[in-house]
Ligand binder design. Structure first.
Ligand code: 5GP
Length: 196
């Protein structure tokens, strides 16, 4: 492992919990030097998504090639989806070397893998206010079939079952409160790291 000055931050939460909106504000508000790690995926882009910014959208062939070459810190076919997702070393190492706090917004399987490789990682699990709230959000998104929705709900249940493996849990029942809670966790860690 190279000598890395930065820190790894892992944020997970079930699909529909509002992770993207929460984190978008955290990046703007938090004092720690955060940088979002852009994952690679074989999923096609949604209408508002930009290649290289939201994800590196690559073909299945390219994904498997890079996987065989060991280019991923972690990768998996995320449970309940038909697509592959993964964190590239080429995304993580330059940022960490430059002292950035690299934020990985990844599923629980990937997170457990990263926790083993980076035991000092700051890990945060974002929970919905309630199961009803999660269902409503997923239905409102409505970019998917009923079957895909049901898969996401089943997956949400299994994700929430491992929430206690994370160092922090934050409830997103109100956006500003969840943003504030995450910023506070990160700011405290940032101040602590500067005192060391
Ligand atoms: P979505 O397709 O809704 O953008 O993401 C689906 C799931 O894949 C989410 O739970 C998201 O956190 C997860 N995910 C995104 N990028 C990665 C990654 O690089 N690795 C892993 N393991 N999961 C990821």
């Amino acid at each position: 492992m190279p000598d890395l000055k930065g820190k790894v931050v892992v944020v997970s939460g079930p699909s529909g919990v509002g992770k993207t909106s929460v984190m978008r504000r955290v990046y703007r508000q938090c004092r720690a030097p955060l940088k979002r790690s852009v994952s690679a995926t074989t999923r096609p882009p949604r209408p508002d998504e930009v290649d290289g910014k939201d994800y590196h959208f690559i073909t299945d062939e390219e994904f498997q090639l890079r996987r065989r070459r060991g280019e991923f810190v972690e990768c998996c076919q995320v449970f309940g989806y038909d697509y592959w997702y993964g964190t590239l070393w080429s995304e993580l190492t330059p940022g960490l070397g430059a002292g950035k706090w690299m934020v990985l917004e990844i599923d629980v399987g990937g997170a457990l893998n990263v926790m083993r490789q980076f035991p000092d990682a700051i890990t945060i699990f974002l929970r919905p206010g309630s199961r009803d709230q999660l269902q409503r959000r997923l239905r409102a998104r409505a970019t998917e079939s009923e079957e895909a929705l049901q898969r996401r709900l089943a997956r949400a249940e299994s994700e929430m079952a491992v929430a206690d493996r994370y160092k922090h849990q934050v409830i997103n029942d109100r956006l500003d409160r969840a943003v504030g809670d995450i910023c506070e966790i990160l700011t405290q860690e940032w101040e602590k790291s500067r005192d060391d």
